[in-house]
Design a protein around this ligand. Sequence first.
Ligand code: PLP
Length: 293
Amino acid sequence: DGVIWLDGELIPWREAQTHVLTHTLHYGMGVFEGVRAYETDNGAQIFRLQEHTDRLFRSAHILGMKIPFTKEQINEAQKQVVRENNLSSAYLRPMCFYGSEGMGLRADNLKVHCMVAAWEWPSYMAPEAKEQGIKIRTSSYTRHHVNITMCKAKANGNYMNSMLALREALDSGCEEALLLDNEGYVAEGSGENIFILKDDGILYTPELTSCLEGITRDTIFRFASELGIEVREKRITRDEVYVAEEAFFTGTAAEVLPIREHDGRIIGSGKRGPVTAKMQSMYFDQVSGKREQ
Ligand code: PLP
C-alpha cells in the first residue's frame, strides 16, 4: 500500500507497474540510488539528499542517459513519498530506466522513466551486528567491470557481481562479501565501502578507482577530520585487512558496520573497536539531527 512517484505523478503502489519488455530489465542500463530518511525532532529527514540526487544525475550522465526531470523535482519527489506515505523513517529508492518503447541494443527511441519509492526497511543484518560486527569473506567474484570506467556510476548493471558475491558469502556462513578489483586489491563490499584502522592510527580506504564514491564514506572522512584522525586512500591488500586493528563497512543501507572476522581470521580484538564505535555514534547522532548536517 501507499504511493510511489512515477514520471512526475504520485500513484498507488500497486499501479506503479512496468512492461515485461522494459529495456533496462533486459540489458541493465539504468541508474539508481539508495537513500535514507531518519526520524528526527523535526519529523523524517532525508540524509544528504542533495548528494544522492547529484550522484544519480552523475550516474545517468556517465551512461549517456538524460533524466527528463530537474534535480529539484527529484528532490521534491523524494520528500513527497516520505511525507505522503507517513513514514517516520524510510529507505528510498529513486531509479531511472529505459522503458519498453524499443528492444535490442540498437533501440534509439527509448524514453527515460523515473520512479521514487520509499518504505520502512529495518536493517538486513541481525540487530547485534552493529555491536558485535560481522563475518566476511573474500569473494571469488571481482569488481572488474566496474574498475576505472564504472566506479562513479551507481548503475543497475553493476550489481550482478555484487549479488553473486553476496550469495557466495551467505552460502558459506558469512554475512557479507569483500570484492577485489581486477588487480587483486580490496575494492568494496557488495554494497558498502570498507575502511581499516592500522596500528599507525591511520584509517585507510581504497581509492575511488575501484569502488563507488560512497556518501557514507565521505561522511566518515568528515568525522575523521573532526577527530583529528588521518584518512588515506590507498590500495589495500586482503592481508592488510587480516592484520588491521579495526575494520568497518559504510553505506546507506549498512550504515557503519564493524567487521570482526575476514576469511576466518579474527580482526583486532574480534570486537567492535573504539574508532569504529566512535564513528557509529557520530553517524547516528548526525542522521538523527543531534549534530548539524
Ligand atoms: N559500494 C557500493 C557498490 C554500493 O552499492 C554502495 C551503496 O550505495 C556503497 C558502496 C556505499 O555508498 P553510500 O554510502 O553512498 O550508500
